[in-house]
Design a protein around this ligand. Sequence first.
Ligand code: ZN
Length: 371
Amino acid sequence: MAQKDSKAKHKTLFSKDSLSFLKAYINTASPVGFESSGQKVWLNYIKDYVDTTFTDPYGTAVGVINSDAPFRVVIEAHADEISWFVNYINDQGLIYLKRNGGVDHQIAPAMRVIIHGRKGPVKAVFGWPAIHTRHSSPDAKEPQPKPDNLFLDCGARNKKEVEALGIHIGSVVTYQDGFDELANNYFIGRAMDNRVGGFMIAEVARLIKQNKSKLPFGLYVVNAVQEEIGLRGAEMIARRIKPNIAIVTDVTHDTTTPMINKIIEGDIACGKGPALAYAPAIHNKLLSFVEGIADKKKIPVQWRTLSRSTGTDTDSFAYANDGCPSVLISIPLRYMHTTVEMLHRDDIENTIRLMYETVTALTPATNLRYL
Ligand SMILES: [Zn+2]
């Protein structure tokens, strides 16, 4: 057994289609509140690995294995990506925006974007004054990008021309940058937060199918909408499913890059495995069950602490209904909420492995009692 395990460690668990699904999924814009395009890609991939799928009124997508079982376990990620809303169009045809989720204004100048208008996608750029022209007087300070001085230029020279392109107040805007690979098995892309999570839970379903694993409960593979504006999709679907256990995955910060204080943010690095968090919302017994699995299966893990809130869908599941034992398994990521969110392939595989081994070891009889 041990020998087989250590051999398996060096073998990828991805299928030949896994990474093309990840690329296609990352490259499909799924802005907060408008996640349907990404959800279609996700459902199309997962449908072969689950018994049934369903969606809720706001577009959370769920794949179910053993839908008749009374005991219900959720594995969850969020589907939405941070974006912008068209808020005001001026007489020169320049477009001002409002944030839709925690999109980072500091990275916006000179970025290429897609405006999702009524007539389909429209290309545009974040304009920014040239280095030569941005000093209005010799002692003026450099302007800093802020939501109220950032604007889009789509080539239209008045409001009418903007509207003729199908752009309207409320059109959603996403960055163009997509999936790419760097040296040493690093992947980059926008919205790895948290579509890598959607990818990982789908891969868990695929492994269950491929390995013909029998589960003594109903498994709900949940890709929730609207996390970035307050964990709302998870809140809705937790009430609908009423799970007995929830295993949530999201991204967390690699804290080893410059200008991050480890004293505050903890010590987490890409390539060293999924991060497990301690927090009141994280169920102690479920967490120690997951730690036991990591130990037994020799999956590297890292630890961090959170307190009042985890800032992830874990909070929605834990506090939904009458209390649902929940655990958070996070994947380390660099440069969160930029277009170059970076993570390591080994962490993706180890997070999938940890979720898969946990799900296949759990039973309705697993003792999660505190007292
Ligand atoms: Zn996020």
